[in-house]
Design a protein around this ligand. Structure first.
Ligand code: 5AD
Ligand code: FES
Length: 349
């Protein structure tokens, strides 16, 4: 195995390493390597995106979910989870508010809620597109049939976020009950891409049972799948889930992986996630300073925010966070970055 700094040179040059090499880079992580990776990632990010940060207005449309992922606070099996769903009219109101604030991308995210049929979503997507010309719509509504993905695309959805959660099948099976299939999840991602969506995948850092081996597989998967976006953030336990007493992931390792991902794919859209900001008050700033280039302020009505509690202590859920957009602009300005009013498509390079 060559010296680890040589691996970083190779990664920057070739945008590819073997799984064994990714693993060595993860296992050999130390302050010096992390600093070196971070500097190079920021350089690459600046060459592609300058000091601009893309924003997405996140609208959490439903806390109902039919799934039972062991890590997630809104899993069907959590009787303490408070449930809500926004009406199409309420979602449109969020978009209106967001448009006025300069958002040009709306992310409709929710649990897998059977109430949101294609018949409900199609007219909503068409209305959003008609009222806000030039906006991009991202959906993050979990696994659906290929036919449904196609219908939603035809109705105006441009992008789809579906975290793969882990590229290792048996690890996936340890995070989810038997009713959920890793093969189907991976198939969904391929279908979404074939249909023409800009696709986002992603994973949690420090999920129970995850080691450098699983993370190396995630990196290799992303290198090969070549998504438009990749959402990563630390695992944070939620007290009312089977993983409630497991240790959470770390901000440092999450940032290290963000830097590696930036070198794997220079134009990758990489959010500095809410989970990063939850573990560390400066987590999102650290994410940007490690190579991320997207933030996703919460645009959901303040009245429902505490009910979309994927993990404990999630930020931006109180009255004081009504205006996340302003908060994030100030945070980005404080580290020399600027949020732009733009759809924020990936740069072709
Ligand atoms: N900690 C961190 N991230 C979580 N997610 C769900 N539960 C947790 C948790 N406890 C992430 C998953 C999911 C996304 C919407 O949120 O990766 O895909
Ligand atoms: Fe939500 Fe700061 S980003 S309050």
């Amino acid at each position: 195995m060559p010296e680890l700094s040589l691996l970083i040179d190779k990664l920057e040059r070739e945008h590819s390493l073997s799984e064994t090499e990714y693993r060595a880079l993860i296992e050999g992580r130390n302050e010096t390597l992390a600093g070196d990776l971070r500097e190079r990632a920021v350089q690459v990010r600046k060459a592609v995106y300058g000091n601009t940060v893309f924003v997405r207005g996140l609208i959490e449309i439903s806390s109902w979910c039919k799934n039972n992922c062991y890590y997630c606070g809104i899993r069907a099996g959590n009787p303490k989870a408070e449930r809500y769903r926004l009406t199409p009219e309420e979602i449109l109101l969020c978009c209106r508010e967001g448009w006025a604030l300069g958002f040009r991308t709306f992310v409709l995210q929710g649990g897998e809620d059977p109430w949101f049929t294609d018949g409900v979503l199609e007219p909503l997507l068409r209305q959003i597109k008609a009222e806000f010309p030039g906006c991009a719509i991202t959906l993050s509504l979990g696994e659906r049939s290929r036919e449904s993905y196609q219908r939603l695309y035809d109705a105006g959805a441009d992008r789809y976020l579906l975290r793969h959660e882990t590229a290792d099948k048996s690890h996936y099976e340890s995070l989810h009950p038997a009713a959920m299939s890793w093969d189907r999840r991976m198939e969904c991602l391929r279908e979404l891409k074939q249909i023409g969506y800009q696709v986002g995948c992603g994973f949690m850092v420090g999920s129970p049972g995850q080691t450098a081996r699983e993370l190396a597989k995630d990196l290799k998967f992303i290198e090969e799948f070549h998504p438009a976006m990749c959402g990563i953030g630390p695992f944070i336990p939620h007290k009312d889930t089977p993983f409630g007493d497991r240790p959470g992931g770390s901000v440092e390792l999450s940032c290290y992986l963000l830097s590696i991902l930036r070198l794997i794919q220079p134009n990758l859209l990489l959010p500095a996630t809410t989970a990063l900001g939850t573990l560390d008050p400066l987590g999102r700033e650290k994410g940007i300073q490690s190579g991320a280039n997207v933030v996703m302020p919460n645009l959901s009505p303040v009245s429902v925010r505490k009910k979309y509690m994927l993990y404990d202590n999630k930020i931006c859920t109180g009255e004081e966070s009504a205006q996340c957009r302003g908060c994030l602009s100030a945070r980005m300005a404080s580290i020399g970055y600027e949020i732009v009013t733009d759809r924020g498509d990936p740069k072709t390079i």
